[in-house]
Design a protein around this ligand. Structure first.
Ligand code: ADP
Ligand code: MG
Length: 252
């Protein structure tokens, strides 16, 4: 499928115009960044794995009726998605303390939270995606109260799905981040899950060993990131015949 003009190049993905109005092609790069892009590397095969894994999760969400932008995978690194207007928030759902929450509150990483906790950060690289209370979001008009109720409901459904799928393959879903977009059907606006769901945007720990199988492997120099993501893909039955070597060999 011919892709159109490049419309945005981000840290991990590039967006191109799609074949039909209202569609985009999302290209998954091998670039890994952390700490607001202070730490950068190229990780061979990461884009191929994230393209497959995001497809797998988005299709699963579709099949249980959680609306999202995924239309179809085009090749090893590209998928066709529905274009939406991104709500400028990172929607973070936490089941266990980790990362910035542990640091901020002094709670040991891996401590189970009393219930899933949702937090929001304002998507702005220059500001380092600061955590914002719901009151700011509504006051500044980034989303309405009704939108926020819908976003929380969507985020909790994604959490239940992801936690269950991961549990089934021996992985604990510590936390994750999603982005939400608006699409219009006539005058009616709907909120859908957009961007990606992958080990770049989740914390995933092996249930038995506690081994990290997500981007913390890169953030904290814990080993080979492609190996970790390949392990997640292998357990989920994605890439059944392709090992990391196969993922690495694809340039596309
Ligand atoms: N369905 C969509 N429609 C429009 N924009 C999208 C969609 N899904 C994701 N995006 C945006 O595309 C970009 C994806 O590239 P990424 O490398 O993650 O960028 P960033 O460096 O901004 O995080 C993000 O800015 C994200 O908000
Ligand atoms: Mg991003």
């Amino acid at each position: 499928m011919a892709r159109g003009k490049k419309i945005y190049e981000g840290k991990a993905k590039t967006l191109y115009e799609g074949p039909e109005p209202g569609t985009l092609i999302q290209y998954f790069k091998d670039d890994a960044t952390a700490f607001n892009a202070e730490k950068k590397a190229v990780v061979d095969g990461k884009g191929v794995l994230n393209n497959r894994l995001s497809e797998f999760f988005m299709e699963g969400l579709n099949s249980i009726g959680v609306p999202n932008h995924f239309i179809k995978r085009l090749n090893m690194r590209e998928q066709l998605i529905r274009q939406c207007e991104i709500v400028p928030l990172e929607v973070i759902v936490r089941n266990f303390a980790a990362g910035s929450m542990s640091k901020r509150l002094g709670i040991e990483e891996g401590t189970r939270l009393p219930r899933p906790i949702i937090e929001f950060s304002y998507k702005d690289d220059d500001l380092g995606d600061p955590l914002v209370p719901e009151e700011y979001i509504i006051a500044f008009g980034w989303a309405s109260q009704q939108d926020m109720d819908d976003i929380v409901a969507l985020a909790l459904r994604v959490n239940d799905f992801m936690a269950g799928v991961m549990y089934g393959v021996g992985i604990k879903l510590i936390d994750f981040k999603i982005e939400i977009g608006r699409v219009w059907e006539g005058d009616f606006m709907r909120l859908i899950v957009a961007d990606e769901i992958s080990p770049d945007s989740c914390r995933l720990w092996d249930i038995e060993s506690g081994q990290k199988l997500d981007k913390d492997v890169f953030r904290r120099d814990l080993g080979n990131l492609t190996d970790a993501y390949t392990e997640v893909a292998r357990r989920l039955g994605v890439l059944p015949t392709n090992g990391p070597a196969a993922a690495n060999s694809v340039i596309n």
